[in-house]
Design a binder for this molecule. Structure first.
Ligand SMILES: [Fe+2]
Length: 184
């Protein structure tokens, strides 16, 4: 490979392959699938009947990954991961994801009225997952009354922001923007 010293070159050289490629949605989904198949790792997650539990993992290509335990009846509330793409997959039990068929405007609004019929839900039993692009608004729930769920999640870039929303009927309201320093 060679590096051009010319500052005026309008484009970088995409052919060198020298920089590690950013992981794609498919890479993240592949990672969470392989990780969920590691029975020993999944069994190592401490489970707490009172609340969710987390173990941090190193994801591929500098991504951020988590193993999460969900007691019956717990969920995330509506949120997105701003500019990050991601993937998650259920390893144990079953999760439900609520999301929207429409792409929402990313910025510049505090409340947004959703059109009728825009809601989508998908059930993710063990072994099923999904990937998502930037600004994907969703909530994830363990609706079981008896059974813990465990899932694997990966995000790239590592989570810069989480935007949290409340929902009343068809109205979505931005409530809070959490940054990494808020999670310390
Ligand atoms: Fe999420």
């Amino acid at each position: 490979m060679s590096v051009s010293p010319s500052a005026s070159a309008p484009s970088a050289d995409p052919a060198t392959g020298s920089a590690p490629a950013a992981p794609t949605q498919a890479d993240l989904l592949d990672f969470v699938r392989r990780t969920a198949a590691d029975a020993e790792l999944i069994a190592s997650l401490p489970l707490d009947p009172e609340g969710r539990t987390w173990v941090h993992l190193d994801g591929p290509g500098g991504s951020e990954a988590w193993l999460i335990g969900w007691p019956p009846g717990t969920g995330t509330g509506w949120h997105d991961h701003a500019e990050s793409i991601g993937a998650f997959l259920t390893a144990v039990g079953e999760l439900k994801e609520n999301s929207f068929a429409a792409r929402l405007p990313t910025d510049g609004w505090k409340t947004l009225e959703l059109t009728e019929g825009v809601d989508r839900e998908r059930r993710l039993p063990a072994g099923r997952g999904r990937s998502f692009g930037q600004h994907h608004v969703h909530e994830v729930l363990n609706e079981s009354t008896e059974r813990h769920a465990v899932s694997v999640h990966a995000y790239y870039p590592p989570l810069p922001q989480i935007r949290r929303y409340s929902r009343s009927g068809q109205v979505l309201r931005l409530e809070q923007v959490e940054r990494p320093e808020d999670w310390q």
